[in-house]
Design a binder for this molecule. Sequence first.
Ligand code: SF4
Ligand code: SF4
Length: 348
Amino acid sequence: MTSKVYFLSWDMRNELYNFLKSAMIFNHVKSRNLLAIKIHFGEDGNEGYIKPKYVLPVVKIAREKNAYPFLTDASTIYVGKRSDACHHLLTANKHGFTVEKCECPIIIADGLRGNTEEKIEVNLKHFKTVTIAREIYNADNFIFMSHFKGHEITGFGGALKNIGMGCGSKAGKYAMHHLSKPTINQKLCGGCGTCVKHCYQKALSLVNKKIAMDKEKCAGCGQCIVNCIFKVFKLKWNEDPPAVQEKIIEYAAGVLKDKKSTYVNFLNHISKYCDCFALAKNEPLMNDVGIVAGIDPVSVDQASYDLVNKAFGKNFFKEIYPEIDPTIQLKYAQELGLGNRNYELVKY
Ligand code: SF4
Ligand code: SF4
């Protein structure tokens, strides 16, 4: 059994609207659907994110079907310009994602502070429930627009990662990233008390004007990390990459439960790191390839992976991350029934 995957070469990118229409992959978009178009707006200073002009053809198709599309993403657990809805919207606006340019509104899916969330039962190997952004839960259906590039933990990031990690609330993202509690560098603490107010588990207190944590109470939600501007709290990025990939896939299974979606991957600005990084060294490492679309997230990511490697002349991802096997996410997603690694490539 194979899934159909549609491919538009990068030099024909201005044909995006006609390409998507001809692929006929938007049958799930229905009249009066509140349709979430999940995208990454790019960290402040990052250049790799999908540009707003490519959103417009997708919005146009949704509107032709009388759906109500909105652009969305959820907050980050690291401290940056997308770690609360206020900064996230300003960053999106700065990168050109405006109502005027995209012809649809932006809604940050997990609320002002990243804790507006819903739990979905999955009963899988790592998680019994997953904690996802509430407006992802509330959306009728989805379109995932994903920038396909290298990723420092999962080897590559594409549609599956955009679904699983991208739709988790802060607590969800934290649960996927690692099991341990944040570490504290007391020397950096100014004793302001902000994190204490934001710790809903009441795991934090000030002792002699320095922060102290009750690890038994800590749920690993990440709120203290985001709310301390003095960077007292740190994540331990020590999770086994295979386990992280599997956890992301279990989150994707929760997000897609009882929902339908289309996936559009952009194989351009293919960098070593993800779009959360605003580093000068996050430059593209190869020529732009094209746009891949379909209704099966596994085949869309598998085809994207194969097309990048073919264009590079050898395995690009092994070259940049020799220690990571990025196909774990594809294998586990297929095992959970999210899609098929076998595909038929239909060129536009
Ligand atoms: S927010 Fe940071 S500086 Fe303020 S009390 Fe908490 S750890 Fe200390
Ligand atoms: S990670 Fe732990 S200590 Fe920090 S806010 Fe969440 S529950 Fe509190």
